[in-house]
Design a protein around this ligand. Structure first.
Ligand code: SF4
Ligand code: FES
Length: 232
């Protein structure tokens, strides 16, 4: 028989099967905890910490990876929790371009985050990788959520074309030895593009439409690129 755990979240009592995360337990009673790196179909890694909640520990707990414990008292909207979320959002805004990240922009509004508060901080500057006919990679918009890496690896595709590159502040997503996508194990399934929350990965056709090309021009342009490589 599955063991159950009883805890309170924002004063509401909830009983869940052992192993349930705080995020899922909260959802069960209608309490919405914000997420960014978490995706329901991917392995949670607790990277962005926007889901942090107060469980009475010395530090806040990431709700997407922390399992409920018997008698736990969880608070999801204290001043310090909200301040922490606001600061995470402001740090993201100071580092990367969030213009095409509507869910994060909505959180910034909800938490009254000021995108200019840390404007003196260093911004990420990387080239835009346009190295295949299917999608662009603009890591100036990447928050290192790891979703694309997960979906390309054990969570779905088992292609392992993507991984981390660089160290510390300069950490980005990259390919083995920095190879262009056509020279990696990528099978161009598009799943990385589908799970990217920020527009860092964008379908090539969408990008060209935004640049004003019509569908015929796009078809020709992307075919030319494939042909160019085959002549190398
Ligand atoms: S490219 Fe997109 S999915 Fe991949 S880590 Fe960056 S933001 Fe996340
Ligand atoms: S959503 Fe939980 S750490 Fe990112």
């Amino acid at each position: 028989m599955t063991r159950t755990i009883t805890l309170t979240i924002d004063g509401q009592t909830v009983t869940v099967p052992q192993g349930t995360t705080i995020l899922d337990a909260a959802a069960q009673i209608g309490i919405d905890i914000p997420v960014i790196c978490y995706h329901p179909h991917l392995t949670a890694n607790g990277l962005c910490r926007i889901c942090s909640v107060d469980v009475g520990w010395r530090v806040q707990a990431a709700a997407c990876v922390t399992e409920c414990a018997e008698g736990m008292e969880v608070h999801t909207q204290t001043d310090s929790v909200r301040r922490g979320r606001r600061t995470i959002l402001e740090l993201l805004a100071s580092t990367v371009n969030l213009d095409e990240a509507p869910e994060i922009l909505a959180l910034m509004e909800a938490y009254q985050a000021d995108p200019e508060r840390l404007a003196f901080g260093a911004r990420r500057h990387t080239p835009i990788y346009d190295d295949n006919p299917f999608y662009l990679r603009d890591y100036n918009q990447c928050i290192n959520c790891w979703r694309c890496v997960q979906v390309c690896a054990d969570d779905a595709q088992f292609a392992y074309a993507l991984s981390f590159d660089g160290r510390g502040f300069h950490t980005t997503i990259g390919t083995f030895m920095g190879d262009g996508m056509l020279d990696t194990t990528c099978v161009f399934c598009g799943q990385c593009v589908g799970v990217c929350p920020t527009g860092a990965l964008k379908p090539k056709r969408e990008a060209l439409l935004e640049q004003g090309m019509n569908p015929d021009e796009i078809f020709f342009a992307t075919r030319m690129r494939k042909g160019a490589r085959s002549r190398e």
